[in-house]
Design a protein around this ligand. Structure first.
Ligand code: C2E
Ligand code: CA
Ligand code: CA
Length: 438
């Protein structure tokens, strides 16, 4: 009797422990289990690596195939991870579709991530096969690190850095990475104040016609001056795109541009067409057109006087109907330019179906122009297509006269780059227009 009672109590205790530590869906350990087991392993005196892995668009999978299939998938992913790691390593399901892996001993990160990727990116449930994408964040632990939460955080940061990026499935947390994160949070702490303090200023880079050699357009480019330091747009724009502050900044720049155009119109008979950069986050906001039209009207500007630059990357989006948004923008009368063309993996089909007016050929293609040799440059092919589709072309980042000559020969319409002018302050732009006798 007594023995039976003890056995029952033991079973009950085990079941409770199971509830506290086992994930019922995959049979793997859960978050609590991961924390405890990892903590133990951190005491071992050898190399240790942590990987945080998740499935891209798992929610969509769940919606499409239902929760039962979703759960079955998680179980299969757990199994495949187990096939890749050693018996002494750990894998647990930390939350939804997030798995925590902990490897003890020497690890070839490239090899392990590659094997995980190939096992999971094509996976079967029964005899049906699915294609998935996964993202992984890797952190190689420091010898003396004992704080489990902090190593998980580092792996998560590395994971966040690759989330949503095509062609990279894993990121490794490094010292440099840490510096970058610190800098990122510095910038995030300064951004709201920066708008209030008018630290952002709009510069204009002239675009010169290859036919008339006059300025026909100008691109608005934002500059950030904090005290006496300049922070480069290439540094802060990607951060603002991630935290959505770009919506505020784009709108701010756009308003300054409208204000400046109004002033130019009072002073000059003919003015260049101003183009403004619009990030994807701004464009897909449901209030985008409403807000931008309102600002335009405030300064008495017609949409025909403005060109909106959308990067080629923005047009590649499976979740949102960019074509529909651009059609609406176009209907209002704005012209649309595709920025950084040649870098964004869009299909040529895009050029035909999107309502675009202008193509901006990315600097990397200009840099690669090979004038000396008798071979076909990629630009010649772009020029052939754009002429067929009746698009205006702008070459970006043109630095030499030879490049200008080449672009003129191939009938590229406008040239923008240091060969003519760096981006100018608004007051300098006005002087430039005067000198140009426009
Ligand atoms: P982008 O739109 O491709 O702008 C062209 C960049 O090339 C600018 O850098 C410009 O200063 C630089 N550039 C122009 N000519 C030359 C040249 O001959 N040689 C070289 N090496 N560079 C040249 P910037 O101003 O640093 O801007 C970087 C990026 O930041 C821009 O690339 C654009 O994507 C983004 N950006 C700038 N202002 C805004 C804005 O108001 N809103 C949004 N969403 N993005 C902006
Ligand atoms: Ca641009
Ligand atoms: Ca560009």
């Amino acid at each position: 009797m007594n023995r039976r009672y003890r056995k029952l109590r033991l079973e009950k205790r085990n079941r409770l422990l199971e509830l506290a530590y086992i994930d019922p869906i995959t049979g793997l350990g859960n978050y609590n289990a991961y924390l405890e087991r990892t903590k133990e392993k951190l005491e071992i005196n050898s190399k240790k690596t942590i990987i945080i892995l998740d499935i891209d668009k798992f929610k969509t999978f769940n919606k499409k195939y239902g929760h039962m299939k979703g759960n079955a998938l998680l179980k299969r992913v757990g199994e495949e991870i187990k096939h890749v790691i050693r018996k002494t390593d750990i894998v647990c399901r930390l939350a939804n579709d997030v798995f925590g892996i902990f490897l003890v001993g020497e690890v070839d990160v490239e090899n392990v991530t590659e094997r995980l990727n190939s096992k999971i990116s094509r996976i079967n449930i029964g005899d049906i096969w699915y294609n998935l994408r996964i993202s992984m964040g890797v952190y190689i632990c420091d010898k003396n690190e004992k704080d489990v939460q902090s190593i998980i955080d580092k792996a998560i940061m590395a994971h966040d850095s690759v989330k949503g990026k095509y062609h990279v499935s894993y990121g490794v947390f490094t010292e440099e990475f840490e510096q970058k994160m610190i800098r990122e949070s510095e910038i995030e702490n300064m951004m709201e104040e920066a708008i209030k303090n008018k630290e952002f200023e709009v510069y204009y880079q002239p675009q010169i016609s290859t036919k008339t050699e006059k300025m026909e357009g100008a691109e608005a480019l934002v500059r950030w001056k904090k005290d006496e330091n300049r922070i480069s747009p290439s540094e802060f724009i990607p951060i603002f795109e991630k935290n959505y502050f770009i919506k505020k900044l784009d709108e701010y720049v756009y308003e300054r541009v409208c204000e400046n155009i109004q002033e130019l119109k009072k002073e000059f008979k003919e003015i260049p067409k101003i183009s403004v950069n619009i990030s994807k986050e701004s464009l897909i906001d449901s209030k985008f057109l409403e807000k931008y039209e309102k600002i335009m009207k405030k300064y008495d500007i017609m949409p025909e006087e403005i060109e909106l630059e959308i990067t080629e990357r923005t047009t590649v989006n499976n979740d949102i109907d960019i074509q529909k948004i651009l059609n609406e923008v176009k209907q209002k009368g704005f012209s649309i330019a595709i920025d950084d063309f040649g870098t964004g993996y869009s299909s040529l089909n895009m050029l035909e179906i999107m309502p675009i007016d202008t193509l901006k050929i990315d600097k990397s293609f200009i840099d690669r122009i090979d004038i000396s040799e008798e071979k076909t440059n990629f630009i010649e092919i772009i020029m052939f297509i754009t002429k067929k589709l009746n698009l205006k072309t702008v070459a970006e980042g043109v630095e030499t006269i030879e490049q200008v000559k080449y672009l003129k020969r191939w009938n590229c319409d406008l040239v923008q780059g240091y060969v003519y002018q760096k981006p100018l302050k608004f007051e300098e732009l006005k002087k430039y227009i005067k000198g140009d006798k426009m």
